[in-house]
Ligand binder design. Structure first.
Ligand code: ATP
Ligand code: MG
Length: 240
């Protein structure tokens, strides 16, 4: 579903991604872990071309997004993204936040978009908040709205960049639960996370990044239980 070949990304003289190779299959949940500054967010942002790619190839759903002829907006319709900082529109209600993109981008009519948004809000446990504004919600609730908003476009792939890192500890669980449900339903997911418990329990595969490379990748039981590389061991000893 996603193929990354020899991906390189520099910001000026700073080489952030040096040679990333990865294959993410349909319905797979791949968790990306690694120290701060190792390039995790940059990697994720390259998958829907939020960053200009310096070298290599990223193929999403059979389309090479590095090809200048590719309509990236069409690709992005299939790739939902959830960030650490929710990025909800503050002057729009929860319902408006969720219906905005389908109304704008897809030829969905208002009623259809509303029905679907209410279903998605129910799915993330927020059916009673549809008329609230983001400022009236807790962090965990905001993040669940952000997930519902991404799902409203019927994405084939969901990218999560540390979706729980900005949350108070008591709200982490409710967001992880929503993500677990999505994984169970077979959503293809790439999740950058500091939640090792989630990576271990929900991830089909874990990638450990350091210094712009994927240093080690494996199924969670092996990556955590039979760690191969010194750098991975040293990172895990600090976070576990
Ligand atoms: P964290 O765990 O702290 O989120 P990360 O693994 O996601 O870290 P990135 O955000 O991908 O790391 O950043 C990798 C490197 O690229 C860092 O040195 C960062 O300063 C640099 N970087 C990221 N975005 C830019 C940018 N727009 N311009 C210049 N440098 C950038
Ligand atoms: Mg990051």
């Amino acid at each position: 579903m996603i193929t990354v070949k020899n991906l390189k990304k520099s910001f000026g003289d700073l080489e952030v991604l040096k040679d990333i190779n990865a294959e993410i299959k349909a319905q797979e949940v791949v968790c990306v872990i690694g120290p701060s500054g190792s390039g995790k967010s940059t990697f994720l942002r390259c998958i829907n071309k939020l960053e200009d790619i310096t070298g290599g190839q990223v193929i999403v759903n059979g389309t090479d997004i590095t090809d200048p002829k590719t309509n990236i907006n069409k690709i992005r319709e299939d790739v939902g993204m959830v960030f650490q900082q929710f990025n909800l529109f503050p002057h729009k209600t929860v319902l408006e936040n969720v219906t905005l993109a389908p109304l704008k981008v897809k030829s969905t009519n208002k009623e259809e978009a509303r029905d679907k948004a209410l279903k998605l809000l129910a799915k993330v446990g927020l059916q009673d908040k549809s008329n609230a504004y983001p400022s009236q919600l807790s962090g965990g609730q905001k993040q669940r709205v952000a997930i519902a908003r991404a799902l409203a476009m019927d994405p084939k792939i969901m990218l999560f960049d540390e979706p729980t890192s900005a949350l108070d500890p008591e709200m982490v669980g409710e967001v992880l639960e929503v993500m677990k449900d999505l994984a169970r339903e077979g959503m293809t997911m790439v999740v950058v996370t500091h939640e090792m418990g989630f990576a271990r329990e929900v991830g089909d595969r874990v990638l450990f990044m350091d210094g712009g490379y994927i240093v080690e990748e494996n199924i969670p039981s092996e990556l955590f239980g039979n760690t191969q590389h010194e750098r991975t061991k040293s990172f895990l000893s600090k976070v576990l």
